[in-house]
Design a protein around this ligand. Sequence first.
Ligand SMILES: Cc1cc2nc3c(=O)[nH]c(=O)nc-3n(C[C@H](O)[C@H](O)[C@H](O)COP(=O)(O)OP(=O)(O)OC[C@H]3O[C@@H](n4cnc5c(N)ncnc54)[C@H](O)[C@@H]3O)c2cc1C
Length: 381
Amino acid sequence: MNLDPTPDQARIRAVAREFATAELGQKIAPWDERHEFPHAIVGRLGDQGFLGALVPPEYGGAGLDHVSYALIVEELCRGDASVGMTMWAHNSLCTGHILLFGSREQKETYLPRLASGQALGAWGLTEPGSGSDAAAMRTRAVRDEGEWVLTGTKAFITNASVGQVAVVMAITDPPKRQRGISAFILEKGTPGFTAGQRYRKLGLRASDTAELVLDGARVPAANLVGELHLGFVQAMQVLEGGRIAMAAMAVGIAQGALDAAVTYMKQRTAFGQTLAEFNGLQGMVAELATEIEAARLLTHRAAWLKDAGQPVRHTAAMAKVFASEVAMKAASKAVQIHGGAGYVTDFPVERIFRDAKLTEIGEGTSEVQRLVIAREILQLK
Ligand SMILES: Cc1cc2nc3c(=O)[nH]c(=O)nc-3n(C[C@H](O)[C@H](O)[C@H](O)COP(=O)(O)OP(=O)(O)OC[C@H]3O[C@@H](n4cnc5c(N)ncnc54)[C@H](O)[C@@H]3O)c2cc1C
């Protein structure tokens, strides 16, 4: 058993680390402060090949494995989680859904544009009235003269206002609940399909989160993804990959918090010594470093199992719930180590603290991850 990245994976991690060091970190703070999307920097993610990380080369992607992908997500989120989440939501959700379940024609139409960054992708499952209980959605898709007509509102959608392509789940057979939901590809410019209200958020303010509004949006029958009525089953599989990415994001956030705390401890003095010399703070750092490593190993194991084609539902949930709680703890301790300086915007830990919280909510809350894990252990349906 070798737990180290392969030479190729280590090289990819180094490229991502170099990019994050040069382009992210405190450079994103002004965008975060203005709740503004950093278009130019996200464009450079495309130049690096990060926006087509998992897409096979035949469709213009980098064709990487999931471990390499998790390493990129970790490094980007270690620099800045807004940019990191923009990248992985695009890859794991919209692009991932088309990659897993799209027809050859759909892949040829959409993947090259998504992989190059020419188009950003969004993915709409959540609605104002349904999140954890996603099957309670109300968005309807009705067949009309060989087309599908979609009506409803999707809430909290990453890349909704900056994305050009979206995969959206809608009810196609109401009485059947999750067995009567289908997935559709929509493009901006389709009449009746727009981005709605853009949210002002606690954290991740340089990422884009908005509603997607479907007001009688018509799409050709060919925009149905995979089999009719199997959209919810597809979405649950897409979420497994998303949870590994969210776990990698949490590891990156936690590592970024620890990096900032270590830097500060070496420069700040109190009682005639640096903070690094206080035993109490050394204990905090040791505990955080240990827990971050444990979260990283769980995340890499889930990514490795996915590469091996094995089931990851419960491993991904374990990685996600553990890593997100480590991220929240690391961010909180990093603020504590900074004292008053941690509470103001001059240092990155204030932003990291706000960003970390989303990892316990998105891609299924911590409570939902525990349900998934418990059901597997107890062998409940
Ligand atoms: C910044 C951001 C980006 C997002 N991006 C996307 C996106 O790109 N696409 C998308 O589709 N969605 C996205 N979401 C939505 C996200 O996935 C949901 O917010 C999340 O799944 C929780 O759903 P909810 O907000 O409706 O909370 P609710 O489901 O209303 O949950 C409220 C509380 O009840 C708890 N709860 C619910 N059910 C149970 C249960 N059975 N047992 C115990 N506790 C329970 C929850 O854990 C939570 O604490 C995003 C959200 C945010 C904030």
